[in-house]
Design a binder for this molecule. Sequence first.
Ligand SMILES: [Zn+2]
Length: 534
Amino acid sequence: MHDILIRGGTLFDGAGNPGVRGDLAIVGGRIAAIGEAAGPARKTIDAGGLALAPGFIDIKTHSDFTLPINPKAESKVRQGVTTEIVGHCGFSAAPALPGKVALLKDYLSPSAPWLPFRETSFPDYLASFPATAVNAGMLVGHNTLRLMVMGMAERAPSDAELQQMIALLEDALGAGALGLSSGLFTPPGSYAQAPEMIALGHVLKRYRAGYFTHLRDESNKVLEAVAEAIDVAAQCGVHVEIVHFKCSGTDNWGKATKALAMIADAKARGFDIDCDAYPYEAGSNPLKNLLPPWVQAGGVEAMLARLVAPETRERIRADIARDGLNNWGRIASWDAVTISISPHLPQFSGRTIASLAAAQAADPIDALCDYLIADRGATRVLVASIAEDDIRTLVASPHALVGSDGNCVAPYGVVGQGLPHPRFYGTFPRVLSRYVRERKVLPLAAALHKMTGATARALKLKDRGLLREDYCADIVIFDPDDFVDRATYAAPHQFPSGARTTVIVNGTLVVENAIHTGALPGRVLRRDASGAVG
Ligand SMILES: [Zn+2]
């Protein structure tokens, strides 16, 4: 007796092969049969006219900051996502050592304003993660490790400090963390030079774990930053994932082609490296990170005190005039920066820095600094700085996986506040509807491969990402003609279209015909000693 029998869909296996008509049977949380599946079933789903694929693996998310608050993972499962990889960009909620919980909470406030932080080791964090609708694989963040050991110190670690970071990293990897994430764009990660990352990369190699990097620079020095990431793959022999890859700022538009050629060349030389990207022209970041890095030295309180001084603002003004925004490059105007989530000033969500400055008849830098002080440094913004041509280049490339860089949120409750980036709700259907169906940038099977099988390979997932007998039954069923992202910058809290979208996680229905069942069958995925993740 099958638990679930899905009949008559077009099956895309996740390996990039064209769809074939067939049935799929699920027993005990695993795929039991593919093709002509006969026999009785407790539940039968008619998938006539629908596509059926492995559940999407969102390789790049920060849902560790929202899953504990919205374990139904609403904005993700409705896109067909069944697995999320969290703890990216150097930011993880663990380890949080005794006496340093408030420091971590303050540091992560623009990313995790609603998450209750507590003292925890990484093994304890993994063991106590709540039940959720999606599977979750966890990374330990380099910025978090540095914060625990060195605070916001702007220098290289001493030998003893490096050993402390290594011990914390080993603690996380020993418990099953998939790897280390870095956020080299922002303090304190940006204070780390290449030798520190290479030393940590050698630890990753010993544990057969991966390195996931938010590049040191995604704008004016993006190609140099790609070279630094490739160097970790070359020197340490680990898989390197360049996350949310972009070429930000008008001076850097068009560099995606060169970056992908560098990645292809590294692969041809035998190094294991991928990147991922989301299909939107705007990025999202804490507002404070748009300022030159020296502004944040010493932490949030030091930054807020510093921002009051006119000479600080003069220096910021000069730095931005010369180089553009830190990590984001040159923007056409301050209309390109929109307040997204503002914990202490929620009424200003959706306003641009240009409009705030105009309303006060103030210089934009003064308006920005005043705003950061009033919001205690916790503001998140959207920055429109990415070229559509580069997005197409990345969507078309076999070297670029699909990752949302979004949190799971919902149109209700605490996580329904503010105006998050629409990628939180729309990334996967947007690739399929806008770039596959409308613009024909790549075939459907190739796009699905970049969301499933190719991603599983990069992550070393041992039994997910493909439609294979005995693989875990993570499945998405959708109508290729009616699976369209509806979230916009102005109104992001909208699920994709598709009345027949059905999502199964570990053999349990989580979404049935676009209705969330409330089930929480997701698991915390762990890396074992062989490096495989399950
Ligand atoms: Zn990042």
